[in-house]
Design a protein around this ligand. Structure first.
Ligand code: MN
Ligand code: MN
Ligand code: ZN
Length: 284
């Protein structure tokens, strides 16, 4: 495997303009990045201008960033029992999907949702139905990726079966993929602390979801222990997931073509650089 062919990067910032995230990624040697296409703390935003779209595409063309992934706002909950929140979530996700299509972003990562004590089964069903509503109207250039979660609070998506169930219930399956977050895998109780454990978890994922549906990997270490059901990211090598597991991931031929994105805690994007360099140095 060649280091230069690896799709590796980090979540970078769009403050000052969408294209700025590409420039940040370029500065620290990314070949892939993840962005919010709008503020992650607001429901809606104004329409993209032609100028913004052109600048974004031009900046990517001149860069080494081969793939750009988007992440949705944290407010969206397609499985909410609150009608108003559900409606707002649908409209907000619709707007985010349109933005991705305009920016030629192939993947939009979404947290499946939280049932807020209304029950998991109902929540899963609502999510599948609402995804269909949104996806049947879309051009299909952008896939929505369901991210596995740590299982904090009433969040669903902490089991591979949840992600499978949503995809199985949805009609627009071909526009629905999966994003796997290593911190969430571990904190939701999948023991990837040994090479044997790692292989077991990959095998289980293959069996339940299938590797062809895995489109993005979030590389994060975990501040909290196995099965803690907490979502606390840590820098690679500083948390509870052994460094040798990240080494296995970086050298796993089955995962070679899948973009790998850091969402680790940094004060400044330049702090991703040593982590990226460490991961690159592992590639044999
Ligand atoms: Mn996420
Ligand atoms: Mn993540
Ligand atoms: Zn997380």
């Amino acid at each position: 495997m060649k280091v230069k062919d690896i799709l590796l990067g980090a979540h970078t910032s769009i403050s000052g303009g969408l294209y700025k995230a590409i420039e940040e990624g370029e500065q620290i040697g990314c070949t892939a990045i993840q962005i919010f296409t709008k503020s992650s703390r607001s429901w809606f935003t104004s329409k993209l201008t032609l100028k913004e779209i052109e600048k974004f595409k031009e900046t990517q063309k001149k860069s080494n960033i081969k793939i750009i992934v988007a992440h949705t706002s944290y407010l969206i909950n397609l499985g909410s029992p609150n009608k108003d929140t559900e409606k707002k979530s649908i409209n907000s996700l619709q707007q985010e999907l349109t933005r991705c299509e305009l920016l030629n972003i192939p993947y939009l990562v979404l947290h499946p949702g939280a049932h807020l004590k209304s029950g998991e089964e109902l929540c899963l069903k609502k999510i599948a139905e609402n995804l269909d509503l949104i996806l049947k109207e879309s051009t299909g250039k952008t896939m929505i990726l369901l991210e596995n979660t740590a299982g904090q609070g009433t969040n669903i998506g902490y089991k591979f079966e949840h992600l499978k169930q949503i995809r199985d219930m949805a009609k627009e399956k071909n526009k629905l993929g999966v994003c796997l977050d290593t911190c969430h895998v571990f904190s939701s109780g999948y023991d990837i602390s040994s090479p044997e454990g790692y292989e077991k978890v990959i095998t289980e994922f293959k069996k339940i979801i299938g590797l062809k549906n895995l489109k993005v990997i979030h590389l994060n270490d975990s501040k909290t222990e196995l099965n803690s059901k907490k979502d606390r990211h840590e820098n690679i090598g500083k948390g509870k997931i052994p460094l040798k597991i990240f080494n296995l991931i970086m050298n796993d031929k089955r995962l070679f073509k899948i973009p790998k994105i850091l969402e680790t805690p940094v004060n400044n994007f330049l702090e991703y650089k040593p982590e990226l360099d460490l991961l690159k140095s592992m590639v044999k």
